[in-house]
Design a protein around this ligand. Sequence first.
Ligand code: ZN
Length: 468
Amino acid sequence: MFLLFQMFTVLPLLLYLIRVQLSYLFVGTTYPGLKWVCLLNLTVMSIAVFFAMVYPHVGSILRYVGSFSGLVYIFSLPCNLTSRIAPVRFLASKSGNNNNKNENGITETKPKKSKAAKDAKEIFQPSNYVLKARLMDYWTQSEQALEAEFDRGEGIIMVDREPLVEIKGSEIKLVNFDSKELRTKLNEYGLEIGILNSVLLEAIDPNDKYIDFRPRFGFSIQIHPPPKESGIQIQDIKKNLGASLGGHFISLRMAMLMISSERQRNLLARFQTLARWHKIYVRCPTCTTPLRQAPSKTSARCIRCDRVFYPNISPVAIVLIHDESNENCLLVRHRNAIGGVYTAVAGFSVPGESIEETARREIAEEIGIEVQTIKHLGMSQCWPMPNCSLMYAFSAVADKKQKLDISIDELESAMWFSRPDVKEALERVEADPYFKGIKEWPHKHDLRYIPPTGAIAHQIIKQWVLNK
Ligand SMILES: [Zn+2]
């Protein structure tokens, strides 16, 4: 009877223990898949049975070792489980394949380790990227966890929708702060930051300052205009505040167009999208009860019907149209655009169509022609104005002989331009990203500029000009 009990309790535990250790050693995970688990279990069991039958004394030793291992495992099981779930385990692996570029303007050093340590890490530990993704998921779900991290975090700031940037020549960068340091500085102006007016942007990699991941927040502040009789202008307050924080507040559109780092533009797009959504999405669309926003501002839960809501993202197709010879491209000028600025055709998806169909339909709607080939260019961009759009870039081939029939509600003109003409406009915008030269040019229907570097339109037009 006792033997039977042992067979059904100790043996499976022993098998589990050995299998876990072996698979972790060789495959790098405790559960490598059903096939491997069965194979390992079978191998371990066969060895145990072989010894029990051929060498009974060794078999007894195995049995006692098995019982002891089982006991150890049973008592260590709770610790084991806790260590897998606990957030404190989101400690970074400091070596290996951490390829995050230092685009945030923040020092991100990677301590060097021996080759053996590096190899061990590659076998046993998930990459920093995976850890970050899971940590972000945890922070967005656990209110207490994110609140507890607030003072340890860093962040960028927007005042009245204007981000604080550092301008060095034509280079524009977001200014980053320690949460605590910024809180102290803002207090001098009677301004407050806290979890309520912050959104979660990303997890910062460990660096020479910290050994673990930290959250990066977006701090969103509004300044109330001073009373008229005070004679103080709100612009002056912002200017002084910006100067004392080491930068300038510029319009969100300008920042999105002029910041060259794609990573920073994406952070800013996320910041504006979440801050705006948090501000306007206050009631449940189903039962109109107030919503409870997550501290990360990435979701909101209805306190009555318990539904969870997430910020909406609208898909947009943007298309560079060229002719069959690929020597001419078709660009458009929007009604509200600055004179002389041409760009690619773009439009929002409507329900029930693929993004490729969006591209085809928008071309037909806006310029009245049909295109044959639509090709995804492998590029996309998040754009936060007026709402959050995700722009997918395409190229399309059109017959140049088709008559253009523009939609006058949206466009002022649409024209075919040769590659040298577009190249000239590209070079002009690269030399003069603020369109300073536009005033000297009276003919607004001429192609003078394309959008600046931060716009995906710039990227796809540039790619076509360089014929890549
Ligand atoms: Zn509700």
